[in-house]
Design a protein around this ligand. Structure first.
Ligand code: AMP
Length: 415
């Protein structure tokens, strides 16, 4: 119960005690399990990345091995409360069946998540079977956390397990309300791993604790930067948000992305960091371009030499080298948000330099954690996701966790 002990100590979680699925008696029981099978699909409905399904296999296989019957439920896309074929989980059931083939488990798909179509499949399932229920969001009651819908969902299981960290920041029927109807609730192995790594990074990090913050806007990350100021030794800033900070320091930033209504706040954060002895580091150079275009004319300039008509789209090489050194001498690194427009090859060097430094640091014993969302996409794009300590599966959830907010999906597991 490593995670759960560490999570229990988490100051922002308070006294929180969560059982792991590996500690619960599941033999002969139907384990109603919330998974995150919200996979990307192409226009023909073909799954383009099955990582989220693969990430859930450990929990599913453990339940089957221990004699339980996993009854899986998930959302897929945004069907807005209507039954739309495009958002059916049937293709996911087929992919899951292929992935579980070697384990001998058989996957049965129920064309509804509640009511007689669900009950028939759930009641027919035997040991060795896995049931996947149809998309929860075909019902508006799912996102509304509707009590009657929670009751209907609860009829599908004898106990409840949540393995969907990516939706744990939402108080929906399947992540929150339904849990209250079970006497036995537990965290799946993926949920456990996420809480373990993110929790330990905040509670008892190997120091120095360095946070790398990037992404387009300061507005989405203000709360997390403020929260991390109480915990981190160093915060390295990159991405579009760097220009709001630079403008607050009085630099000209040309036509770079700036949130004018956050400049004052950026200045306040810089002052707070100085007062609290946190090293909040801004880039010293940047790659500027004439347009938001991979083929636009570009050059590297010092941050005090950005001219009108140029926009900064990446951190520069001097900043990359400086940040890499800080990362490599850290005890723990938490990275959230790309350093530049990494989707365009000419502006991906800064983000790649951070990913490379994370990998090198991991090799020498640094705990390296990549928050979900775009930084997770970037490290996967560079083929390095397997070479860092942990890549979170939840973008929004990991940000809210780092902010110190309690996640409804986690609170619901606390007994
Ligand atoms: P976020 O969703 O806030 O984490 O932002 C991620 C997005 O920020 C990515 O799509 C990047 O392309 C974008 N981004 C990073 N740096 C910049 C920049 N300097 N200017 C504009 N967009 C940026």
């Amino acid at each position: 119960m490593g995670l759960l002990q560490s999570y229990r100590r988490s100051s922002h979680a308070g006294e929180c005690v969560i059982q792991s699925v590996s500690d619960v008696e599941v033999r002969g029981k139907r384990v109603l399990t919330r998974v995150d099978f919200n996979v990307p699909q192409d226009e023909n409905g073909a799954i383009t990345d099955d990582n989220r399904i693969r990430e859930s296999l450990a929990t599913i296989e453990l339940i089957v091995r221990n004699g339980g019957i996993p009854i899986l439920m998930s959302h897929l896309g945004r069907p807005k409360g209507e039954r739309k074929l495009k958002y059916s989980l049937r293709p996911v059931a087929e992919r899951l069946a292929a992935l579980l083939k070697s384990s001998g488990a058989a996957v049965h798909f129920a064309e509804d998540c509640v009511g007689p179509l669900a009950t028939t499949v759930v009641e027919a399932a035997e040991h060795g079977d896995v049931v996947l229920l149809e998309n929860l969001r075909f019902y508006p009651q799912e996102e509304a956390n509707d009590p009657e819908f929670c009751t209907a969902l609860s009829l599908n299981g004898d106990l409840y397990c949540n393995d969907a960290f990516g939706t744990a920041h939402r108080a929906h029927a399947s992540t929150s309300g339904v849990a209250a109807l079970f006497s036995v609730v537990c965290a799946g192995l993926l949920m456990q791993k996420e809480l373990d790594y993110l929790g330990n990074a905040l509670i008892e990090p190997a120091r120095p604790l360095v946070s790398v913050m990037g992404g387009s806007k300061i507005s989405g990350k203000i709360d997390v930067i403020t929260a991390l100021m109480d915990k981190c030794d160093t915060i390295l800033i990159g991405g579009g948000m760097m220009f709001t900070f630079l403008q607050a320091q009085g630099f000209n930033v040309g036509s770079s992305l700036v949130e004018q209504d956050r400049v004052e706040l950026a200045g306040k954060i810089l002052r707070q960091a100085a007062e609290r002895n946190v090293d909040l580091v801004l880039p010293t150079d940047t790659v500027v371009a004439k347009a938001f275009d991979n083929n636009a004319e570009r050059m590297v300039v010092s941050v005090d030499a950005i001219e009108d008509g140029w926009m900064g789209l990446d951190i520069g090489p001097q900043t990359s080298a400086n940040y890499a050194r800080t990362i490599e001498s850290a005890g723990t690194v938490v990275w959230n948000g790309p350093m530049g427009v990494f989707e365009m090859s000419n502006f991906s060097s800064g983000t790649r330099a951070i990913a490379d430094a994370m990998v090198r640091a991991t090799g020498t014993g640094t705990v390296t954690i990549v928050g979900g969302g775009d930084s997770a996409a970037a490290i996967s794009q560079f083929g390095q996701a397997k070479h860092v300590t942990h890549v979170s599966t939840g973008g929004g959830a990991s940000l809210e966790f780092l902010e110190g907010k309690s996640l409804p999906g986690v609170v619901a597991l606390d007994r």
